[in-house]
Design a protein around this ligand. Structure first.
Ligand code: ZN
Length: 202
């Protein structure tokens, strides 16, 4: 059985590449490709230029592991941020989420994943040594472990806490509990019991 070609190889290649973008399957990739083709001047051209520029300039921050077009990144060099609080996240997407929330004016450290022995991911595969070095330099009084509430996330949090046991730094983690607007009846048991354990004074 052969699949019929519906477009030239350049368009087929575009669709195949778009289908690799998270959130886009083959169907959405075809729609996105067609949309861009129709908007060649307004969208496809500028997008191609933006991609080329990003490929050229994107780099990883040698201090915190964030992605940016400058190294050290814009967050690390921002003088208005609080140097004494460091928020540890698994991925840049988590950093972006926390920045969108806008609750803290701190600096970050991006681990680049979580410890996962089953997948062969150990401490050396993550940006942990640099984190310990940053703490050893002094100046950080609180480290907030903003890792996911998964087994891997919590394992990673414990490992980091162990590594920092010799330093004068307060290690905290995100509260686990009832989401804002959440109804108890709809929560899973894990979330509900975590919320009970981390109850606060009224
Ligand atoms: Zn940085």
């Amino acid at each position: 059985m052969s699949t019929k070609r519906i477009a030239g190889p350049e368009i087929e290649k575009l669709i195949q590449l778009l289908a690799k973008v998270p959130g886009l399957g083959p169907r959405s990739a075809r729609r996105a490709a067609l949309h861009m083709i129709k908007k060649k001047d307004q969208l496809m051209g500028p997008l191609a230029a933006a991609l080329a520029e990003a490929v050229d300039k994107v780099t990883e921050c040698s201090v915190c592991g964030n992605v940016d077009t400058v190294d050290p990144c814009s967050i690390c060099t921002d003088p208005r941020r609080d140097d004494t609080t460091l928020i540890v996240v698994e991925d840049v997407s988590d950093l972006w989420a926390l920045e969108r929330a806008g609750a803290m004016n701190a600096k970050y450290h991006v681990l680049g994943g979580t410890l996962s022995p089953l997948d062969g991911i150990g401490p050396d595969d993550l940006n942990i040594k640099k984190l310990v070095d940053r703490i050893a330099e002094g100046g950080v009084s609180e480290l907030i472990l903003a890792v996911n509430a998964t087994v891997e996330g919590q394992t990673t949090a414990h490992y980091i806490t162990d590594q920092l046991s010799g330093f004068e730094v307060k290690v905290t983690r995100l509260a686990h509990g009832v989401p804002v607007g959440g109804e108890l009846d709809y929560l899973d048991e894990g979330t509900l019991s975590a919320a009970l354990r981390s109850r606060t004074n009224f």
